[in-house]
Write a protein of this length. Structure first.
Length: 130
C-alpha cells in the first residue's frame, strides 16, 4: 500500500471561501422562511385562540403585540411571508421552464427582493394609516 499521508490533495472550497450563487442563496432562504412561517402560524393560532377566549385575553395579547418587540416581530414576519410568496412564484415560473438562463435567474432573484420590500413597505404603510 502507498502512504497516503504524504500525498498533497487539493481542498474543496469551503463556505467561508466559496461565494454561493444568488440562486443557491435564494433557495436556502426559501427553506428557512418556510420554517419561520410555520412557527409564526403557531403564534397566529395563539392569537386567534385568545380572541375566541374573550376580551380580557384578547387585550392581553394585543398589549404584547403593541410593544416595540411585538411590532418588530410582526414586521419581520410580514417580510418573511412576502419573501416566501414572491420566491414561490419564481419557483413556479421555473417549473414552467421560464427564466432558467443564468442572467434571467439572477434578475428574477433581484425582482423577488424588490417585490418583497415593496409589499412589506406597502403593508406597513397601510397599517400606519389606521
Amino acid at each position: 500500500m502507498s502512504d497516503m499521508s504524504k500525498t498533497v490533495r487539493p481542498l474543496s472550497p469551503h463556505l467561508q471561501v466559496y461565494r454561493l450563487p444568488m440562486t443557491a442563496l435564494m433557495s436556502i432562504s426559501h427553506r428557512i422562511t418556510g420554517v419561520i412561517l410555520a412557527g409564526g402560524c403557531l403564534l397566529i393560532t395563539a392569537f386567534l385562540l385568545a380572541a375566541a377566549s374573550g376580551p380580557e385575553m384578547y387585550d392581553k395579547v394585543m398589549g404584547y403585540a403593541g410593544t416595540p418587540f411585538g411590532t418588530l416581530f410582526m414586521f419581520a414576519w410580514s417580510f418573511v411571508l412576502y419573501y416566501h410568496l414572491c420566491n414561490g412564484v419564481r419557483h413556479l415560473l421555473w417549473d414552467m421552464v421560464l427564466i432558467l438562463e443564468e442572467k434571467q435567474a439572477i434578475l428574477a432573484g433581484w425582482i423577488v427582493l424588490l417585490a418583497t420590500s415593496a409589499l412589506t413597505a406597502g403593508t406597513w404603510y397601510l397599517v400606519s394609516l389606521s
